[in-house]
Each structure stands twice: as C-alpha cells, then as structure tokens.
Design a protein around this ligand. Structure first.
Ligand SMILES: *[C@@H]1O[C@H](CO)[C@@H](O)[C@H](O)[C@H]1NC(C)=O
Ligand SMILES: *[C@@H]1O[C@H](CO)[C@@H](O)[C@H](O)[C@H]1NC(C)=O
Length: 324
C-alpha cells in the first residue's frame, strides 16, 4: 500500500504540474491594441495569414510586402487599422525607409514585435548542380536579410522591450536538401540563439519558429521543378551521365511524393506558434510547428549522423551511371 500511495502521489503531482504549466503557458500580455507588430513577407503564406490573424486579435499590424499587389490584396482583406509597406529585405535602403515609416507609426511606444518571415527556397537540389550564386540568392534573403532587418529595427524593439520572432525551419535542424535553403535556416537558428542571449538583459525576447512541411510558395513543387530543370539542363554531359538519363525524372518524382505526403495545408499551426511568441507572457524559445516537425524531424535531429543519413538518403533516388 505504501507503493500504491506513492504512485497516486506521483500522479497527482504530475497532474498539478501539467495544469500549472498549462495555465502559465496561457497567460497573455496586456493591451494588444497598443502593441505594434511588423511582419515581413506578407504577400502570401505564413506572413499573410499571420497579418490577418493578429489584425483580428487587435494588434496594430504593419505588414511588409515585396510587391504592390501583395500589399493591396492584403489591405483589402484586413481592417483599416492594418498598415502595409513595401520592403525588399535584400536592400538596406528599403529597410531604412521601413524603419522611418514604422518609427512614425509607433512613436514613443517603440516596436513590440518583429516577425522575420520573408524567405525563399529556390534553387533546391543536389550541391553539384549549383553554382555559387544559387547559394547566395537564397542566403541574401533568408539570412543576411533577417540580420539586416533585425539590426536596423533593434533600437525600436529595445524601446518597447519587445520580441523578435524568427522563422527558421526543421531545415535549420537537418540538412534535408542541397542549395542555400538549409544553410540559411541553420544560420537563422544560430543568429537567433546569440541574439536571444545578447538582448536578454534588455528585456527583448527572441522566438524561433521551426515549421515542418507546409503548403506555401516555399514548397511549391512546380516552381521548384521548373528551376531544377534549369540547373539540370546546364550541367555538362559527363556530369549528367554520372547520374543516368532517368535521374532527373526520378528525382522530381521522389520530390513530388515526399512533398505531397508531408505538406500540411493548415498554415494556422505555424501562425498560432507565432502568435504565442508575440502574445504570451512566457513565450517559448523554440516552436516546432506541424506533426512532422514534432514527431519526425526534430527527434531525428537529435540522433547520430549515421542514423540521419540512413533515413534521409531513403528519400533521394540512387544515381545509375551508364558509364560504369
Ligand atoms: C531587391 O533588392 C535587390 C538589391 O537591391 C535587387 O537586386 C532586387 O531586384 C530587388 N528585388 C525586387 C523584387 O525588387
Ligand atoms: C510533379 O508535380 C508537378 C506539380 O504537381 C507536376 O507538374 C509534375 O508533372 C510532377 N512530376 C513528376 C515527375 O511526377
């Protein structure tokens, strides 16, 4: 009976801790309507949905879009309180203009939230198919862009003791594909970790979002495939031969299959994490979004490299050289 009592006590304690944690996790900051949030990459995908979602929750949203059309479509789908601006994160002058605009909007309150969401994935493919500029195109937007935007907005964030929310990816934990995308996301993870520690004593909190596979422009297989055709077609014949004539087709088929099986169309799983990072009294450091991230990719990222290699190479077709 002593053992039985101990078991009951342990269960009760675990339940109490779980309830306590749940309550603590649900506590919110006050006065959403006094809080300004700038989101980059609001033309489509997570950024677009988050802008509308935070707008409905009462935040003062400033949505940065790359294109005029993205900005006007979003403005017509949101409340008149939502402001849009044009921002190209690879252009420091464009960021500077955004800082001036936001500075005038927020006044002495400062900027509560910066969501570094803008990103691109193309070109994706085997490293051997790439040239240097294929890497830098992606790194310029996904990593250097995030750093430039963050540095330029830090004074406004410091004023509000605000939050930076960086969209990394499970690709920032596992290099599942070649090209600049995984590199850029590993970089976002590292930048966010050091930023969090550097800004801790100034009251700035940094959240990292790690989505799994979701249906956005980043995972559009038709666009990825079109660009991969460009990479493949320009390869010297002997390199193509080393993969075999059917390789390109098999590669696209495997890519279509894994994206088709894995991609979720419920983007709110990601935007709800972003909203928690901005509105919770005690935000998390990392948010894994999507069942594939939580149950497959993040656990796999903790396993030894040889286990990762075994699983990840299963997803890629085997080259069949005609020359050997
Ligand atoms: C963004 O800025 C870069 C660097 O100034 C420029 O090369 C690029 O064309 C711009 N992109 C768009 C869509 O305006
Ligand atoms: C891959 O998917 C795209 C878009 O759905 C389709 O156009 C293409 O034909 C598919 N390719 C293969 C090899 O299955």
């Amino acid at each position: 009976t002593v053992f039985f009592c101990a078991c009951i006590c342990a269960l009760l304690l675990a339940a109490a801790l779980a309830i306590g944690w749940y309550i603590r996790d649900s506590l919110k900051v006050d006065d959403f309507n006094q809080k300004h949030v700038l989101i980059t990459g609001c033309d489509s995908g997570f950024g677009n949905l988050l802008a509308k979602q935070l707008d409905r929750r009462g935040f003062a949203v400033i949505a940065a879009c790359l294109t005029e059309k993205g900005a006007s479509d979003l403005a017509s789908a949101a409340s008149p309180r939502l402001k849009t601006l044009l921002l190209n994160v690879t252009d420091s002058e464009s960021i500077k203009r955004a800082v001036e605009f936001v500075s005038a909007e927020v006044g002495e309150r400062g900027l509560w939230g910066l969501v570094n969401n803008a990103g691109r994935s193309i070109p994706i493919g085997p490293a051997e198919w790439m040239q240097l500029e294929d890497f830098t195109k992606v790194l310029d937007v996904n990593l250097i862009g995030v750093i430039d935007v963050t540095l330029q907005f830090l004074p406004l964030l410091k004023k509000a003791r605000g939050r930076v929310v960086n969209v990394a990816s499970i690709f920032g934990r596992l290099s599942l594909v070649g090209g600049g995308y995984c590199l850029s996301k590993w970089g976002v993870e590292a930048f966010s970790d050091s930023l969090r520690r550097d800004m801790y004593h100034f009251g700035i909190k940094v959240g990292i979002i790690e989505p799994g596979f979701f249906k956005t422009a980043v995972t559009r297989v038709d666009l990825i495939e079109d660009d991969q055709r460009r990479l493949w077609d320009r390869l010297p014949q002997d390199v193509k031969d080393s993969y075999g004539a059917n390789y390109f087709h098999n590669y696209i088929k495997a890519q279509n299959f894994s994206m088709g099986v894995l991609c979720s169309s419920d983007l709110s799983k990601v935007t709800n994490c972003m909203q928690h990072a901005l509105s919770a009294r005690y935000p998390h450091t990392r948010y894994a979004a999507g069942w594939d991230a939580k149950l497959l990719w993040i656990p796999l990222s903790y396993l030894p490299s040889f286990v990762q290699d075994f699983f990840i190479t299963l997803l890629i077709p085997v080259p069949k050289s005609e020359k050997i």
